[in-house]
Design a protein around this ligand. Structure first.
Ligand code: AMP
Ligand code: ZN
Length: 115
């Protein structure tokens, strides 16, 4: 997707602090972290929102979850606890239209989905 900032990050046109990549999943530090650990985990393939996934993405979404929990372990927040968030659409607070999960941790995160 030409004008997608996260597609540009995956292709290296926009620099990022990469923390993980494989053939399907890419992860990098959020540019504006709201917690000591704030990593974005994204599919390489451009999917706009969680509304756009189908049964064909079951394996991909599973990999996203597996990579996320492994990154939580590597950043030593697995035992303390953390939050994995996928925002969707306008009222869900999604600003970048390329499906991504936020891995947030390293501080107490408060009540339901507050940041
Ligand atoms: P969302 O509001 O769920 O769409 O989250 C988008 C996230 O992308 C925000 O937390 C931004 O700080 C982050 N972000 C935007 N541009 C960049 C970038 N160039 N590199 C890293 N993170 C970014
Ligand atoms: Zn994209």
């Amino acid at each position: 997707m030409e004008n997608c900032i996260f597609c540009k990050i995956i292709s290296g046109k926009i620099p990022s602090k990469v923390v993980y990549e494989d053939e399907e999943v890419f992860a990098f530090h959020d540019i504006n972290p709201i917690a000591p650990v704030h990593i974005l985990i994204i599919p390489r393939k451009h999917i706009s929102t969680i509304n756009d996934i189908g049964p064909e993405h079951r394996d991909l979404m599973g990999r996203l979850a597996l990579v996320s929990k492994e990154l939580a372990r590597q950043h030593n927040i697995d035992e303390r606890g953390y939050r994995l968030v996928i925002n969707c659409g306008e009222e869900g607070g999604q600003e970048v239209q390329h499906l991504h999960a936020h891995l947030l941790g390293g501080r107490p995160l408060g009540g339901v989905a507050s940041n």
